[in-house]
Design a protein around this ligand. Structure first.
Ligand code: NAD
Length: 705
C-alpha cells in the first residue's frame, strides 16, 4: 500500500514493515513545520491500529539529513503565548502517540538529526544511524535562546542518563554517530553500503523477539541510572558551574533547561512535559531568543551570497607567522593541500608549531593533517595552486614584491589574496599585471576560533574573483562578508575606535581593570586592554596609527598608546609577558605598574569628568555604534544586518544583544545621539555624530524595523 502527501510517504510491504519517509517538497532538508506535523498526524492515523503493520520505520529521502529540526521561521513568528502552547501541545500529543504505539518503531538516521528531529527519534523505541561524518545528533535549541520543546528534556535524560543528556542539551553541540552509539542514544550503527542488510536483520530480530531487545535497552538504562545515582547533586552542580563559565550568566536558556531537568528527572512524563513547556514558552517570547533567532537568519542570508560551486584542492601560502600558522591549519583541516613558503626554515618551523598547537588543543590525529602541508623556501608547488594567500609582514613594499613573485610563479587563473589587516588592496594590486584576480581575504586571529573572514574588493578586483572567494571561504567553513577597501576595512575600523577610547579613559584615571570589568560585564569576551594585549600592542597601535593617517584627527591615537610604543618597544602584551597586564605562562597575573609610571610622565588634559559605568559604556560602545553608522553611510558593507553579524563573529560582540546596531535600537537612537552630542561638546570631534544617526534620530527610525 502507498500513500503520499507533500512531505511524507507511507509504504507498507507484504511483511508488515511500514516505511514512513520524510521528503519535504522544495526543501534541501526535512523540517518539522506545521504542515509536516499535520501530515505526520494523518500518517500515524493510518498506521495506528492497522493490523497489516507489524513494525514502523521512520526514514528520510534527503541526502545526509534525517530531520534538521522544527521550522525556525515558525518559531520566529510565534505571535503570543497561547499560540506557542497550542503548537507544543499538538506536537507533544503526536509524539506521545508515537511513543505509545503497540508496534516497534525505528528511526533510521541517515544524516543530521537535530532538535525536533532527534525528539521524534527519541519517541521511537529504537534508533539506527548510518556511519558518516554527516550523521550528527543533537538538541541545539539553546543556541537560539530556547530549550527543546517536544520532550527532549524528558526523553533524552531518561534514555542516556543525566551526564550525557546535560552535556548535549546545555551545550547545544551535536555529537557524532559513534558517540551516540557509545552512550546508548542509538541502538545500531551501520555503513551505508550495509544498511539494507543490517536493517533487515535488525527488523527481523525485533519482529522475532521484541521483548529481548526492549529488556536489553531497559537494562542499559537502569545501569546508567545507578551509576549516576549517588552523584546526581554533583552532576547538577558541575553542569551549573560549566554554564556560568560559558555564558557568564548572559544566556538564560541553558539555566532554564537545567532547572527543568532537575525538577522533572524520573518524574512522570506528562508532568515533565508541562514543566518543559512553561520554560519554553517564557524563553521563546524573550528578547534574547528573538535576537539569537534573527542572528540565525542573518547567517543563512549571508551564506546565500555564495552562488558559485567553485572549490579548491590545492593552495599556497606565503608567510608562516602568527596568521600563516593559523591559516595553514585551516587548509590542512579541510583536507586541502598547501605549499607553505617563508624566508627561512626557522620561520616555517614557527608556522608548524602554530599548527601543532591547534591540533593538540583539539586532540586531533596530527600526522594526516601535517602531511597536507609542504614547506618550501622557493615557490615550489605554487604553479598548481588554485589560490595563493599572502600573509607576510604588514608593509606595502614587501607585500608588493611578494605579490609580484607570486604572480610570476602561478598560473593566470590562480586567485591571489592578501591577509593584510590595514593596507589598501587597490594599492597592493598596482604591483600586479593581472589585478582582477586579486582581493583582500582578511582572517581574524586566532584563525581556529574566529568564524569571520572579510573579503575586500580592490578597485580592479573582478566579480568572478569575489564569487570564487565566497565559495572558498564557505569550503573553509568560515562566514564571509564582502566589504569595501577603506582603511581598517569594516571590523578593525570600528573596533579600533573602541580600543582607542578605552585608552583615553585610562588617561582620565579610570583604572585598566575597572574598564575591562565593565566591558566584560556588558558581554564582550574580554575587556579592551586584555584584547589589546592579546592582539599585540605593536600590531594594535600600528593599525590605530594607520587609521589616524586615513581618517585624520577624529581618530587621533591616544597619547598613552603612542608613548608605550616609543618608550617601551618591548612591551608587546601577552607575547612579551607584559603590556597593560603582566603575564606568567600566558596567563594574566595583575595590571602592569609601569603603565602608571608612563601615565604620570605624560602631560594630559584634565576634563574634570565624573566617570561611572554608564559613561564607560557610552564612550566605548556608542563610539563603535557611531563609527558603524559612518561605515553604513559609506556603503562599506551591504547593510546593518551583515554589519551586526560581522561584529559578533569578528570581535565577539555579545550575540545575546543581537549585534551592535540591534543594541543601539534597544538603547534608542535618540538617546545615543544625545550622549554622543554631550561627549562631542567635551571631547571634540572623536564624538562628532554621524549623519545617519542624526537623520534616524530626527525621523524616529530604528535599524531593525
Ligand atoms: P608575523 O610577523 O607573525 O609573520 C609574518 C611572516 O612573514 C614571518 O614568518 C616572516 O618571516 C614572513 N615573511 C616576511 N617577509 C617575507 C617574504 N618576503 N617572503 C616570505 N615570507 C616573508 O605576522 P602576522 O601577525 O602573521 O601577520 C601577517 C599578516 O596578517 C599581516 O599583513 C597582518 O596585518 C595580517 N593580520 C594579522 C593579524 C594578527 O592579529 N596578527 C590579524 C589579521 C591579519
Amino acid at each position: 500500500m502507498k500513500d503520499k502527501n507533500n512531505s511524507i510517504s507511507i509504504d507498507i510491504d507484504n511483511n508488515g514493515v511500514a516505511n514512513l519517509s520524510f521528503n519535504l517538497l522544495n526543501e534541501k532538508v526535512n523540517k518539522l513545520d506545521q504542515n509536516t506535523i499535520s501530515e505526520l498526524e494523518k500518517a500515524i492515523n493510518i498506521i495506528d491500529g492497522n493490523k497489516a503493520v507489524r513494525i514502523l520505520l521512520f526514514t528520510s529521502q534527503k541526502e545526509n539529513n534525517f530531520i534538521a529540526g522544527a521550522d525556525i521561521n515558525e518559531i520566529k513568528n510565534l505571535s503570543n503565548q497561547n499560540e506557542t502552547i497550542a503548537k507544543l501541545n499538538q506536537a507533544n500529543q503526536l509524539f506521545n502517540r508515537i511513543a505509545n504505539l503497540k508496534i516497534p518503531t525505528i528511526a533510521v538516521i541517515n544524516g543530521s538529526c537535530l532538535g525536533g528531529g532527534l525528539e521524534l527519534a527519541l519517541a521511537c523505541k529504537y534508533r539506527v544511524a548510518i556511519i558518516s561524518d554527516k550523521t550528527i545528533l543533537g538538541l541545539p535549541e539553546v543556541n537560539l535562546g530556547i530549550i527543546p520543546g517536544f520532550g527532549g528534556t524528558q526523553r533524552l535524560p531518561a534514555l542516556v542518563g543525566l551526564t550525557q543528556a546535560l552535556q548535549m542539551i546545555l551545550g547545544g553541540k551535536p555529537i557524532n554517530c559513534s558517540l551516540a552509539y557509545k552512550i546508548g542514544l542509538v541502538d545500531l550503527i551501520t555503513h551505508q553500503s550495509f544498511l539494507n542488510a543490517n536493517l533487515s536483520k535488525f527488523v527481523c530480530e525485533i519482529l522475532e523477539n521484541n521483548n529481548k531487545f526492549l529488556q536489553k535497552q531497559q537494562q542499559a538504562i537502569k545501569n546508567r541510572y545507578w551509576q549516576e545515582f549517588f552523584f546526581k547533586k554533583i552532576i547538577f552542580y558541575k553542569a551549573k558551574k560549566n554554564i556560568l563559565n560559558a555564558t557568564k550568566g548572559n544566556y538564560p536558556a541553558p539555566f532554564y533547561a537545567l532547572e527543568v531537568i532537575k525538577r522533572t528527572y524520573k518524574k512522570p512524563l506528562n508532568q515533565g512535559l508541562l514543566t518543559e513547556q512553561e520554560a519554553f514558552v517564557e524563553l521563546a517570547h524573550s528578547s534574547i531568543a528573538k535576537n539569537l533567532i534573527e542572528l540565525f537568519f542573518i547567517q543563512e542570508e549571508v551564506k546565500k551570497q555564495c552562488t558559485s560551486n567553485f572549490s579548491i584542492d590545492n593552495a599556497a601560502l606565503v608567510g608562516a607567522g602568527v596568521m600563516g600558522g593559523g591559516i595553514a591549519w585551516l587548509f590542512a583541516n579541510k583536507n586541502i593541500d598547501l605549499s607553505l613558503k617563508d624566508i627561512n626554515y626557522n620561520a616555517i618551523a614557527t608556522g608548524y608549531q602554530q599548527v601543532l598547537k591547534i591540533l593538540q588543543r583539539k586532540n586531533k590525529n596530527t600526522e594526516q593533517q601535517i602531511l597536507k602541508i609542504s614547506p618550501t623556501l622557493d615557490y615550489q608547488g605554487f604553479n598548481t595552486a588554485n589560490l595563493v594567500i599572502e600573509a607576510v609582514v604588514e608593509n606595502t613594499a614587501i607585500k608588493q614584491k611578494v605579490l609580484q613573485e607570486i604572480e610570476a610563479n602561478t598560473s593566470q587563473t590562480t586567485i591571489i589574496a592578501s591577509n593584510t589587516s590595514s593596507l589598501s588592496i587597490s594599492e597592493l594590486s598596482n604591483a600586479l599585471t593581472n589585478p582582477g584576480r586579486f582581493a583582500g581575504l582578511h582572517f581574524f586571529n586566532p584563525v581556529n576560533h574566529m568564524p569571520l573572514v572579510e573579503i575586500i574588493a580592490g578597485n580592479k578586483t573582478t566579480n568572478d574573483t569575489i564569487e570564487k572567494l565566497l565559495a572558498i571561504t564557505k569550503q573553509l567553513g568560515k562566514t564571509a562578508v564582502v566589504v569595501r577597501d577603506v582603511a581598517g576595512f569594516l571590523v578593525n575600523r570600528i573596533l579600533l575606535c573602541y580600543l582607542n577610547e578605552a585608552a583615553y579613559l585610562l588617561q582620565e584615571n579610570v583604572s585598566i581593570s575597572a574598564i575591562d570589568n565593565i566591558i566584560e560585564e556588558f558581554g564582550m569576551p574580554m575587556g579592551p586592554f586584555l584584547l589589546a594585549d592579546t592582539v599585540g600592542l605593536d600590531i594594535g597601535v600600528k593599525v590605530a596609527q594607520s587609521l589616524q593617517q586615513a581618517y585624520g584627527s577624529r581618530m587621533q591615537v591616544a597619547t598613552i598608546l603612542d608613548s608605550i610604543r616609543s618608550t617601551h618597544p618591548n612591551m608587546l602584551g601577552k607575547k612579551s609577558g607584559c603590556g597593560f597586564y603582566l603575564y606568567e605562562n600566558n596567563t594574566k597575573t595583575k595590571t602592569n605598574p609601569q603603565i602608571n609610571t608612563i601615565l604620570q610622565q605624560l602631560d594630559l588634559p584634565n576634563y574634570n569628568q565624573q566617570i561611572d559605568k554608564n559613561m564607560v559604556i557610552a564612550r566605548c560602545i556608542y563610539t563603535m555604534i557611531n563609527e558603524a553608522a559612518k561605515c553604513l553611510q559609506e556603503n562599506v558593507i551591504a547593510n546593518h544586518r551583515y554589519l551586526d553579524l560581522a561584529m559578533i563573529f569578528g570581535t565577539g560582540f555579545p550575540a545575546f544583544r543581537g549585534g551592535l546596531l540591534c543594541y543601539a535600537d534597544s538603547v534608542g537612537i535618540a538617546n545615543i545621539v544625545d550622549s554622543l552630542q554631550k561627549l562631542n561638546a567635551i571631547y571634540g570631534e572623536r564624538f562628532a555624530v554621524s549623519e545617519l544617526l542624526l537623520e534616524m534620530s530626527k525621523n524616529n527610525r530604528k535599524f531593525y524595523s
